[in-house]
Write a new protein. Structure first.
Length: 260
């Protein structure tokens, strides 16, 4: 090894040693490595912004009586030893069917309505969930990270199979000051993790998240599709997946033909 080569290596050693002592962040920049926390910080900031937007969006579930007020009231009540609070509020109503399916080409009016009002329709699986208070802290909403398996209709965003999207809905369960608080949207149960669903979703303004309603959410279990809506289950019998998808394709095609 020549004298000049040894001198170059020695200079690099001294520089790296000084950087390690003075600033690990500077070291990663010199070596061409992005700080691992930077992406996490950006993601955390984006999540915080989304949480704030969704908290305002789901403030339509406001009951005017905060969770903390309910806890204080229950704590002061005589004989109330159970540390649990349940809050119930529904914003959904039963779909009114005025035209028989036979006059709509075999597609149910409910499916036509949900498809027409949806910004994104996918089959996907919830992988995890986060429950948060709405803006006035009187109710809860839940965000689900959902892995997309199939895309049936996509009006606004470039969602592809394999992507993970955020789907939110009213209701959920959260522990606050030692109390288990359960906010119930009685129109449909909380989603089960690792269960496949077909979601007919509304885009939530000013966010990358989507809202799910009971009337537009269908569970897929062993190739059988069933509505999640307690309001529609009497009128929406369980069906084979292939039959349901055929009807869905017809509804999506009709929606797109009207736009064109």
């Amino acid at each position: 090894m020549s004298y000049n080569t040894r001198l170059i290596y020695l200079s690099r050693y001294v520089l790296v040693t000084a950087l390690v002592i003075s600033s690990p962040k500077s070291l990663t920049m010199v070596l061409g490595l992005a700080p691992s926390s930077q992406a996490n910080q950006t993601q955390t900031a984006a999540s915080a912004d989304r949480d704030a937007v969704l908290a305002r969006y789901f403030d339509v579930y406001s009951t005017g009586f905060s969770i903390e007020q309910r806890i204080q009231q229950q704590s002061q009540a005589v004989g109330k030893s159970a540390e649990a609070i349940e809050i119930t509020k529904s914003l959904e109503s039963e779909f009114q069917q005025h035209v028989p399916s036979s006059k709509l080409g075999g597609v149910s009016p409910l499916i036509l309505s949900e498809v027409a009002n949806s910004d994104l329709i996918v089959m996907g699986t919830p992988l995890d969930a986060r429950t948060l208070p709405i803006e006035d802290r009187s109710f809860l909403f839940t965000e689900y990270s959902v892995r997309v398996e199939r895309v049936f209709s996509n009006d606004r965003h470039g969602i592809l199979p394999g992507d993970t999207i955020v789907i939110a809905r009213g209701g959920g369960q959260l522990t606050v000051q030692g109390f288990v608080v359960k906010a119930v949207e009685p129109a449909f149960d909380e989603f089960r993790l690792n269960q496949r669903y077909i979601f007919m979703l509304r885009a939530i303004p000013n966010s990358d998240a989507y809202r799910a309603l009971g009337s537009g959410t269908f569970a897929v279990d062993n190739e059988i599709v069933s509505t999640t809506s307690h309001l529609e289950e009497r009128k929406s019998p369980r069906r084979k997946l292939d039959d349901f998808l055929s009807e869905l394709d017809l509804a999506v095609a009709r929606k797109h033909s009207r736009k064109n």
